[in-house]
Design a protein around this ligand. Structure first.
Ligand code: 5AD
Ligand code: SF4
Length: 454
């Protein structure tokens, strides 16, 4: 039986896309492996958001293709965002590469690779190939957003990601995503509901996370019905599914974030008390340069409104430091906004110039030293606030969805709270897939420890 290894860089959308590819290989009789020496097909799903992610994927593939002891027939492929914007240069950089497929082609990867592998095996290939097959598929495919719908068989897990839309049309000046993922297109609600029902009824899934580049713009061409837009109506329909216990989504954007979504936190108890809500900057001047068409005040008001609707809401965010032209005053405004919102956590990114983006050509690029200083300084603030917020949970009772053995200590179990915080509990007290009350007894920065109650 041939085997495939899929390595994924980047966001949860990429993880989900890789799962679609993996499930098609599995259906075609392949096994999934993590062993590089064993794999007959090796695929890397790439991310282009920052240069570092690209370099990692290129470095990894370079090493894999150069293995002297590799089986000569191995098919090597790159998938996803990096491919979309630089397909041909990849073959130039790594001559042994066979296949590159873009962000609308995930459903075709299996057929392309399988055909190539079978033809190589059929040729009785014993000598390593001098060069790769150089097959490139990066075109548009009508309805491709509907093709990310298959899941791997449950492996004890009780959570699943469900892609509800693809693409982004916001064109933030720093971001490569609009050019790698293309125009926004949403899946029909009926298909999504069917997929989730299937996961709950036959996959043992208790928690679903809806994925989209800007999830709250889901179905925005549809009419508003009784004050509710398509996204909130989708949340309501999924909420009605018996057996589904938790609902999450990621990521929303202040544009198109209306009152109906704020209100949803008051009457949809399965909607978890956590939102990952990218802020990017606390300076209006920088937001404008970033081409994010709103003021920081709007972002802050939305956070306040959501917390009013759901007092225990945990808010996490993305922040870019060192955007071109960012002065110390702009940076201090970002820091002040972090203090003001009291985030439960934040990913802080140093601005990374990306090809074909407006910001890459802006004057006043910030030097690495300043980016690093701001990154370091902001993380200190973020970590202090996050730790304090976690400490405040000691002594409270949280509902924990038990997910399996703890990653750091197999003698314990791990689950997550509605606020999406990992909590370590004793073993043998609660079954995987169950939501149990847990009293939080201890906190070491980002990790919470607790005891299962009754
Ligand atoms: N440089 C640094 N960070 C970026 N992000 C997107 N583009 C860039 C870039 N060019 C960050 C944003 C986004 C997250 C996924 O990555 O904060 O929310
Ligand atoms: Fe990139 Fe902005 Fe779209 Fe997010 S909203 S994917 S940051 S362009």
């Amino acid at each position: 039986m041939p085997s495939v290894l899929i390595k994924t860089y980047g966001c949860q959308m990429n993880e989900r896309d890789s799962e679609q590819v993996a499930s098609m290989f599995l259906a075609g009789g392949y096994t999934l492996t993590t062993d590089e020496a064993e794999a007959d097909v090796i695929l890397i799903n790439t991310c282009a958001v920052r240069e570092k992610a690209e370099l990692k994927a290129l470095g990894k593939m370079g090493l894999l293709c150069a293995r002297p002891d590799a089986k000569p027939w191995v098919v090597y492929g790159f998938m996803g965002c990096m491919v979309q914007s630089r397909a041909q240069s990849l073959f130039r950089d790594i001559n042994r590469l066979d296949v590159v497929t873009g962000t609308r082609q995930y459903h075709n990867v299996y057929a392309i690779c399988n055909r190539l592998l079978k033809s190589r095996l059929g040729m009785g290939l014993t000598e390593p190939l001098k060069r790769g097959a150089h097959i490139c598929e990066v075109g548009e495919v009508e309805g491709f957003q509907n093709e990310i719908r298959d899941h791997l068989p449950p492996s004890g897990g009780c959570t699943a990601f469900v892609s509800i839309m693809q693409g982004c049309e916001m064109r933030c000046s720093y971001c490569i995503v609009p050019s790698t993922r293309g125009a926004e297109c949403s899946r029909p609600a009926a298909d999504i509901i069917k997929e989730v029902r299937e996961l709950v009824d036959h996959g043992g899934v208790k928690e679903v996370t809806l994925l989209g580049q800007i999830v709250n713009r889901y179905g925005r061409e549809e009419p508003v019905v009784n004050g509710r837009g398509a996204f909130v109506r989708l949340l309501e329909s999924l909420h009605d599914i018996d057996g589904l216990e938790r609902l999450r989504f990621t990521s929303p954007h202040p544009i198109g974030f209306r009152e109906d979504l704020v209100n949803a936190y008051t009457y949809l108890p399965k909607l978890c008390s956590h939102i990952h809500f990218p802020m990017q900057s606390g300076s209006d001047r920088i937001l404008q340069l970033m081409r994010r068409p709103y003021k920081n005040e709007k972002y802050l008001r939305l956070c306040d409104a959501m917390r009013e609707a759901r007092p225990d809401l945990a808010i996490t965010t993305d922040i870019i430091v060192g955007f071109p032209g960012e002065t110390d005053e702009d940076y201090q405004q970002t820091k002040a906004a972090v203090e003001r919102v009291q985030f439960d956590n934040a990913f802080v990114f140093q601005y990374s110039p990306r090809r074909d983006t407006v910001a890459a050509a802006m004057p006043d690029q910030i030097c690495l030293r300043v980016k690093e200083e701001r990154n370091h300084d902001l993380l200190e603030t973020v970590n202090r606030i996050a730790t304090a917020r976690n400490m405040a949970l000691v002594g409270t009772e949280q509902s924990i969805l038990v997910e399996g053995p703890s990653k750091s200590n197999p003698d314990r179990q791990q689950g997550r709270s509605s606020q999406n915080k990992p909590v370590i509990i004793q073993k043998g007290k609660a079954e995987v897939g169950k939501i149990v009350p847990v009293r939080i007894t201890e906190c070491t920065g980002f990790t919470l420890y607790g005891e299962v109650g009754n």
